[in-house]
Design a protein around this ligand. Structure first.
Ligand SMILES: [Zn+2]
Length: 112
């Protein structure tokens, strides 16, 4: 599955373009630190994976993150390099989660 990453510098209040490789993300951060901050590491800098809506995965609750992963994967089928979720991908992710929850409820109630 394609992954998207961002580097954010809180001092400059800038965010990198979307990167698709961890190596590129590390290079982005290193280049910024070297050229702008003389190699120093800005306090509270952030680097990590985002979903197609540009949301940091670490900031999402587990259920929302799961939905984002599913909607990302479905949207990537149509256009892997673009951002945003297609409506059918969001709906598909919601249906998948809803179906899984319904299955879990069925299994639990069958076991009782
Ligand atoms: Zn900076």
């Amino acid at each position: 599955m394609l992954r998207r990453y961002l580097y954010r510098c809180p001092l400059c209040r800038t965010t990198s373009p979307v990167r698709f490789q961890l190596d590129d993300l590390a290079a982005e951060g290193n280049a910024h630190r070297q050229t702008i901050h003389g190699g120093h590491i800005p306090d509270d800098e952030a680097a990590g994976q985002i979903d197609r809506l540009g949301r940091w995965y670490v900031a999402l609750t587990p259920l929302v993150a799961l939905h984002a992963h599913l909607a990302d994967a479905l949207s990537d089928l149509r256009d892997p390099k673009a951002m945003g979720h297609y409506w059918w991908a969001s709906a598909g992710a919601t249906l998948t989660l809803g179906g899984a929850a319904a299955l879990a409820v069925m299994f639990i109630s069958a076991a009782l």
